[in-house]
Design a protein around this ligand. Structure first.
Ligand SMILES: CC(C)(COP(=O)(O)OP(=O)(O)OC[C@H]1O[C@@H](n2cnc3c(N)ncnc32)[C@H](O)[C@@H]1OP(=O)(O)O)[C@@H](O)C(=O)NCCC(=O)NCCS
Length: 141
């Protein structure tokens, strides 16, 4: 059984740390904006298995730190979590959803219609590309 639920920010940290930055101190994965974000957890058989965090600026949303436990990857959970975020943003009438994608995960986002921009950068030894998905158009009056 798979469920996606809104969760407290602190619940994202363990999975972020284990999956994304296991070699860094635990506090490295805490974002200063975490308490302004909306966080979702995917529960597989009642076990927290994947997390993602969403941050809003007007009608534009950024998701950050999408991570699925290593042993549970390639089972469709990441896709379910991302689809949930996309649907959530559509309901909120977001106009755009974007992310700093790890270059090695770029094709994962392409499957959802995200387009790579020409903005690329390196941080903490990893290469990123900014990817974006156009959502609702702003209604003209
Ligand atoms: C990236 C991540 C969230 C994907 O989650 P997942 O549960 O493994 O992915 P899914 O099983 O839902 O995959 C859905 C589809 O995307 C593909 N896919 C998954 N990860 C991919 C990757 N890194 N690159 C290209 N394709 C990928 C799958 O093969 C699958 O394709 P299919 O629909 O044709 O079968 C997960 O692998 C992860 O946590 N990685 C480590 C952290 C990370 O890199 N996060 C992203 C930071 S930008």
């Amino acid at each position: 059984m798979v469920q996606v639920e809104q969760i407290f920010p602190s619940l994202t940290w363990r999975i972020r740390h284990e999956v994304m930055y296991p070699d860094r101190p635990f506090d490295f994965v805490k974002l200063k904006e975490d308490f302004e974000g909306i966080h979702f957890g995917l529960y597989a058989d009642h076990k927290l298995t994947g997390v993602v965090s969403l941050f809003q600026e007007g009608t534009i949303y950024q998701f950050r730190k999408l991570a699925v436990l290593t042993a549970a990857q390639k089972m469709g959970y990441g896709a379910q979590l991302l689809q949930y975020v996309i649907d959530f943003c559509k309901i909120q009438k977001a106009t755009k959803l974007w992310c700093n994608a790890r270059v090695n995960a770029k094709e994962f986002y392409v499957k959802f219609g995200f387009q790579a921009t020409d903005r690329i950068f390196s941080k903490d030894g990893l290469d990123f590309v900014i990817m974006e998905l156009a959502l609702n158009k702003i209604e003209e009056k």
